[in-house]
Design a protein around this ligand. Sequence first.
Ligand SMILES: Nc1ncnc2c1ncn2[C@@H]1O[C@H](COP(=O)(O)OP(=O)(O)OP(=O)(O)O)[C@@H](O)[C@H]1O
Ligand SMILES: [Mg+2]
Length: 325
Amino acid sequence: MTSLDVKPEDSEKTIICDAAMTLGEWETGEILRNHSYPESNQIVIHRDVKVTLPLQISATYTIYSKLASGTFGSVFYGEEKSTRRPVAIKIVEASMAKTVSYNGIKIPKEAALLQKIPLHPNIIAFIDWAEAYPKHWIFVFEYHGFGQDKPKSTLNHYLRDVARSRGKQGLTENEAKKIMHQLLSACSHLEKHGIYHCDLKLDNIVVDAEGNIKLIDFGLAIEGKRSRGRTGSIFPPEMYDYYIPYELSTAQIWVLGSVFYQLFEATKPYHEERVKSKALGRVMYSKHNRPSNECVELIDWMLKAEPNHRPPSVRRVMHELFRRT
Ligand SMILES: Nc1ncnc2c1ncn2[C@@H]1O[C@H](COP(=O)(O)OP(=O)(O)OP(=O)(O)O)[C@@H](O)[C@H]1O
Ligand SMILES: [Mg+2]
């Protein structure tokens, strides 16, 4: 594989970025120093957006293919030069990312939160962050997936591959349970540290060849117990009551129920209008892939319109997953 879209920078041009620091400096609280970009590279984020990588990044990693591109950034598949371990490098427009203030300096919230989370086998490991020119944040994560030959590895990609190779939608019950167990374990770990992911969905879960998953994308994560309005892309009914605060723990149970259902059906359990109206009714399954009654009942319970009628905690769902199924 050859490096993609990476061009040597004009050596005359040195761009000074006055608010960037290494993670080590941030952790130890050392005095901030300016970063220059003497031998750095430019990388094309979108067709007409180029950013210049700081030396800290270009000297450490080789960037290969693009994994995904959105309106405000892109994610690249790469490799750490010294160890050859695969990494995912996310580059996002700084103005679009939430920030927190640290000693008067703005730090991307995604990096600040990830820093606080002790390692967990089902949460992507965060390696480093930096600032690029013009103002973009760069985040480096461990890469989790199938590797260089098939780098795109979200559960959405996986479900599509499964449908193609088996000729029918959805995972088997055992496959879905294994994924749910790992996802619940990740959410329980986050909850223990006071964090909710707030954007759980198939595109934010990556899977490897052994069927083990990791949770990615903490761009919307929240520290706290309550929120207001819609966050993420799967909305439980209470998120439509715009001005009434809701509990993140029970909202998350609904979202997890929706993800569980999607592992079987590859589509959301209800249309938005139904969720808004709160008159949900029973969840429907296609005949060929209906899970066991016990599984169906658990998903129904997680998808109750009234938050207090849902399982009270992620741990309880975990317990039920193995007791009932
Ligand atoms: N650590 C990783 N390992 C493998 N693939 C990854 C990793 N991080 C990101 N990706 C890929 O890049 C995509 C976008 O990453 P991420 O969700 O973090 O960015 P985003 O800009 O917040 O995207 P979106 O707005 O679409 O949620 C993922 O859906 C996945 O395909
Ligand atoms: Mg995402």
